[in-house]
Design a binder for this molecule. Structure first.
Ligand code: AGP
Length: 608
């Protein structure tokens, strides 16, 4: 997620913006920039790298201004570069943006036809030119209103106009934007930490609200211009708490961000009416897709668990055989790949050495490579033939949570698109699968509401020495993921296992001390999971079940039950995952572990 900040007031806006950008660094970024009014108009300075590099650009002339905007960029469209860095400019209009303009391509084509010159690969620049176009006939706030009538997507932005010194206009839709009220000075930012040193009096803008900041004060309106009386909240957070949005840890914040991360990953990629998936984002043309006769998926850790889920989806929807490999094993097994095969590399960071080596091996053998990745411009994405970005925003916690669930979304979209292209999936089923996808963010919100109950269970079980996680079919990888989350966050030994396989050995572990977590959604393996639960209970094992709302049968057989909404078996994997993430989190906290930076772990394993 990008970070934006705006200021107007008595202080030197350049210093306030630079400090604010430093406060937003935790959000992750690859470039930054600032725009400030001075006697000859508006000046823009920007660069790749860190805020200190931007500071160095200002060191020479130490500019002073009363009004400025700034930006830290987390790339979603267009690689990290100075041209793609914000602020963007169109004549006298200068803008910084956080979000995704879904319909930027058709708007860009039209604006080019109207004579606008584009200097970046970003979606944001479209917004800048649109506002400039209308600013010829309207004051800035009305030009923004006119421009937004043509825009679809998620945005929080701050914009200034050379012809209106001292004014900053901001709008919020699907991305966060807050206003800080100082004494004769006003702040606009993605997040409270940006101005917490100057003010704790905050207006949290809601969907579709606009703020106009001038020396005279702050006016908040709806997008059609109706004034709104907003409550001013006093924020008591420490700067560290503020960076986590009020959550105790980044991991918890990122678990709670999953509804938005899923919505952002879907944005602009599906057409619900026709049930089509927008393949542009994958960057593989339909002819190459139709040629695919075998898929290999390689990944490490949590991403490998997503790969295992992807196998079920692709084989079910597209009837194409899928091999899944742990990346560090793949290139040493002398794999048989050739032209017509597709290798999918799944990697949150895009820098995992084993995954990079695997995708290079696949390319050497003549296969095409698709990277499913969360970091724009990372090595995996630069070396792949095609990329699907999971727009989950920077994942700060070492344990992967929102990246994992959005990886599953990427695989689901790919599997549906491939099946539709190969004619192996009926149109009516495609529409149903897409419809259920659109309902998913709301379903995840409902699962997050079990957080307190999960915390209670963790309080009862956190002293256990071992855990067993059991799942069948597509939920076996989720059992593996639940076990990994617990291991890496709480340092308790845990093992994920196919539920049907338990009686071939691990059943010897069952006793009153061993908590066994079952993934037991409705579906064609439900009865078999019930039998496995009974096998554990009859040996005195402690059973914790994740099951569907209203399922009393599983509950009577379990010591603890967490309910999740019912959906198709493929998306159900995401609903099954969230309680396991929460359980690992609470257990780790109860054990006094550093849940954001667990011992021995790195966020990206860039060595073999
Ligand atoms: C996830 O919780 C782990 N921290 C780790 O297994 C991670 O998934 C693995 O290192 C792969 O990382 P990547 O997705 O960035 O390639």
């Amino acid at each position: 997620m990008c970070g934006i900040i705006g200021y107007t007031g008595k202080k030197n806006a350049v210093s306030v913006i630079l400090e604010g950008l430093k406060r937003l660094e935790y959000r992750g970024y690859d470039s930054s920039g600032i725009a400030f009014f001075h006697d000859k108009g508006i000046e823009v300075r920007r660069c790749t790298g860190k805020i200190k590099d931007l500071g160095a650009l200002l060191e020479a002339d130490k500019p002073f201004s009363h009004t400025a905007i700034g930006h830290t960029r987390w790339a979603t469209h267009g690689r990290p570069s100075e041209e793609n860095a914000h602020p963007h400019r169109s004549d006298g209009i200068v803008l910084v943006h956080n979000g995704i303009i879904e319909n930027y391509l058709p708007l860009k084509r039209r604006l080019i036809d109207e004579g606008y010159k584009f200097t970046s690969e970003t979606d944001t620049e479209v917004l800048c030119h649109l506002i400039e176009k209308y600013s010829k006939d309207y004051p800035l706030e009305d030009a923004v209103r006119e421009a937004l009538k043509e825009v679809r997507g998620a945005y929080a932005f701050a914009v200034i106009n050379e012809r209106e010194p001292g004014k900053v206009v901001g709008v919020k839709k699907d991305s966060p934007l807050v206003v800080g009220l100082g004494n004769g000075e006003f702040f606009l930012a993605s997040d409270v930490p940006a101005f917490l040193n100057y003010s704790r009096d905050v207006i949290f803008l809601d969907e579709g609200e606009m703020v106009v900041m001038t020396d005279d004060g702050v006016i908040v309106t709806t997008l059609d211009g109706s004034p709104i009386q907003k409550e001013v909240k006093s924020v008591s957070w420490s700067p560290s708490m503020a960076e986590k949005g009020g959550y105790r840890h980044f991991m918890l914040k990122e678990i709670y961000e999953q509804p938005r991360a899923i919505a952002d990953t879907l944005r602009g990629r599906i057409y619900p009416e026709s049930g089509e998936v927008n393949l542009d984002e994958f960057g593989i043309n339909e002819k190459d897709l139709e040629e695919i006769d075998k898929v290999f998926i390689v990944a490490c850790g949590t991403s490998w668990h997503a790969a295992l889920v992807g196998k079920y989806m692709i084989e079910e929807f597209a009837r194409v055989p899928v091999d899944v490999d742990i990346a560090s094993e793949f290139r040493y097994r002398n794999p048989i790949l050739r032209h017509g095969n597709l290798l999918i590399a799944i990697t949150q960071s895009g820098e995992t050495a084993d995954t990079l080596a695997a995708q290079r091996e696949a390319k050497r053998l003549g296969a095409k490579v698709l990277s499913i990745c969360n970091v724009v411009g990372s090595t995996s994405t630069r070396e792949a033939d095609a990329v699907f970005y999971t727009h989950s925003g920077p994942e700060i916690g070492v344990a992967s949570t929102k990246a994992f669930t959005t990886q599953i979304i990427g695989l689901y979209l790919f599997a549906v698109a491939l099946g539709r292209l190969k004619g192996t999936i009926r149109d009516d089923l495609v529409k149903e699968l897409i419809r259920e996808l659109l309902l998913l963010p709301g379903m995840v919100e409902k699962v997050l509401a079990t957080d307190e109950e999960v915390g209670r269970i963790a309080k009862e079980l956190f002293k256990a020495d071992d855990f067993l996680y059991l799942g069948r079919g597509i939920n076996y990888p989720i059992a593996l993921e639940g076990a990994l989350k617990l291991k890496e966050i709480s340092y308790i030994h845990a093992e994920g296992y196919p539920a049907g396989e338990m009686k071939h050995g691990p059943i010897a572990l069952i006793d009153e001390e061993l908590p066994v977590v079952f993934l037991a959604p409705k579906g064609r393996l439900y009865e078999k999971v019930i039998s496995n639960i009974e096998e554990v209970r009859s040996r005195g094992g402690k059973v914790i079940s994740i099951t569907n709302e209203g399922d009393t049968e599983v509950c009577t057989l379990s010591d603890h039950c967490i309910f999740v909404p019912e959906t198709n078996p493929f998306l159900s994997t995401i609903l099954m995952t969230v309680p396991l993430q929460l359980f690992a989190y609470h257990t780790g906290v109860l054990k006094g572990c550093d849940v954001d930076q667990p011992r021995n772990l790195a966020k990206s394993v860039t060595v073999e």
